[in-house]
Design a protein around this ligand. Structure first.
Ligand SMILES: *Cc1c(COP(=O)(O)O)cnc(C)c1O
Length: 484
């Protein structure tokens, strides 16, 4: 099979020119001569039916949540109702122009306003900006707001504490915003201990501490037990608390970051609130803040105005984090999802997400090691150390799952678990699907004990033994005509 559409090109099998059937001049008179290209683009020449087959085949080689179970921990690869996509693509939303006068886009502003308020309510915050384009972008926004707040108070506060179980974007965002990252070691429960935190802060000088970035439940899937002490202590020494809300799926409707003492939270609308995650589509990472940080929010925010809604700029805004108003159609999907589920529905999301994860953990706990075993939240992390002693790594098990039609869990993360496999089933999977996955994992454990070498055979995968290092170090992602 030709790998690229260019490989299928047969010179002379002419493509259509618009001019052929419209009678229009191919070169638009609106494009000035000096910026028109001299030579036509070297496009592949392929029959229409072959183009269709090529791309449909490629799409079938991809794995998506519409194809099978996708327990990729930390990523919340849940099924999102197609109706939400349909609604977001209605022309009334999709054809809005960001430059049109606000009087003519009042419906869009009303939606943004309702979403701001809903997310504030869900998180226990006072105000929300919908601008950031992803979770990591929300983190950067939050860090810049912390920085602005300290600058205002004439404070330096250079150090940001990040637990060692945290998502890699946390330390990266803190560093980009100019903080020095101090890693906090998790305790034997896989949690942040207030005592260890205090010792770390004292080591760096309490007056230098900007704050902490915490995820709760954390990336081990466990609910932090000492948040109250942590929040009280950090506020006492003048620091701020950042809540990484990527795991909000686990706690919707039950606990709120604002009530736990956090000053700022980011949401991943593309995890929790109905936009498919991954695949290169746009995401959205709104941030919510408590009163103290409201003056620094990115602009524009939406507010009620006489007879409708208007944009406004908070007095000490850190500025814009993105052009215009964030990824608007993602906001539409989130709002549709919230309206459809309501408060009770959101609670059931959390309940089922937690139930499903615990169900899998219980079924797998004897066949695999689970280093921080306890009642988990929406995900848990197992370790393939026992299997590795027999010669099979977490990576091999992940490939076996792909071979058998399941997406692999996240592997080798979080870093504090060796041979980690991070499993997040999400709330949208049935008992039958969970059982099929567990049955496969249990069968693997037996097969590995019987014959580890044989286990690694992968009859169904298109690329069976990828050279991961070469693929990561020397990726060839661009077609170059010389190669023809
Ligand atoms: C996904 C994730 C992020 C980053 O979010 P992106 O939208 O991918 O930038 C941050 N923290 C945690 C815990 C996550 O799972």
């Amino acid at each position: 099979m030709a790998r690229l559409i260019f490989d299928k090109s047969r010179p002379g099998s002419r493509r259509y020119d618009v001019a052929d059937f419209t009678g229009l001049e191919p070169e638009s008179p609106f494009v000035p001569d000096d910026i028109r290209r001299a030579e036509p683009l070297p496009l592949p020449e392929v029959a229409e039916v072959d183009v269709v087959r090529h791309y449909v085949k490629l799409s079938q080689e991809n794995f998506g949540v519409d194809v099978g179970f996708y327990p990729l921990g930390s990523c919340t690869m849940k099924y999102n109702p197609k109706a939400n996509e349909e609604i977001a693509s209605l022309p009334a939303w999709a054809q809005l122009h960001p430059e049109q006068p606000v009087e003519t886009a009042q419906g869009a502003l009303a939606l943004m306003h309702e979403l701001q308020e809903s997310l504030a309510e869900i998180s226990g915050m006072h105000a929300v900006s919908l601008q950031p384009a992803a979770g990591a972008h929300g983190e950067l926004t939050g860090m810049l707001m912390f920085r602005a707040c300290f600058n205002d108070a004439g404070e330096e506060r250079k150090v940001m504490i990040v637990p060692d179980s945290s998502h890699g974007t946390n330390p990266a965002s803190a560093a980009i915003a100019g903080f020095k990252v101090a890693h906090l070691k998790s305790d034997e429960r896989g949690m942040v201990s207030a005592k260890a935190l205090k010792a770390l802060c004292e080591k760096h000088g309490e007056e230098n501490i900007g704050g902490i970035m915490m995820t709760n439940p954390n990336t081990l899937g466990v609910f932090e037990q000492e948040v109250k002490e942590v929040a009280e202590y950090l506020h006492e020494i003048g620091a701020l608390l950042y809540y990484d809300g990527a795991n909000l799926n686990a706690s919707l409707g039950y606990v709120r970051p604002g009530d736990m003492g956090f000053d700022l939270v980011h949401f991943n609308l593309h995890k929790t609130f109905s936009t498919p995650h991954g695949g290169g589509g746009p995401g959205s990472g709104p941030v919510g803040v408590r009163e103290k940080l409201m003056p620094y929010l990115p602009h524009p925010l939406v507010t009620r105005a006489e007879g409708g809604f208007a944009f406004y700029r908070p007095e000490k805004s850190i500025g814009r984090m993105k052009l215009y108003f964030g990824n608007f159609l993602v906001l539409v999907k989130a709002m549709v999802y919230l309206r459809a589920l309501g408060v009770e529905g959101l609670k059931r999301v959390a309940e089922n997400a937690v139930l499903n994860a615990n169900y899998i953990q219980e079924r797998l706990k004897d066949a695999y090691d689970i280093p921080f075993y306890q009642r988990c939240m929406h995900e848990f992390v197992l370790s393939a150390t026992r299997q590795k002693k027999l010669g099979v790594r977490a990576l091999d098990i992940a490939k076996k799952l792909l071979n058998d039609g399941f997406h692999a869990p996240t592997i080798y993360f979080p870093l504090i678990v060796s041979e980690a496999m991070m499993i997040e089933p999400t709330e949208t999977e049935s008992r039958q699907t969970l059982d099929a996955f567990c049955d496969a994992m249990l069968r693997y454990a037996r097969e590995i004990e019987e014959d580890a070498e044989k286990f690694k055979e992968l009859p169904n995968l298109r690329i069976q033994h990828l050279d991961e290092v070469a693929a990561a170090r020397n990726p060839v992602v661009r077609w170059a005509p010389e190669k023809l």
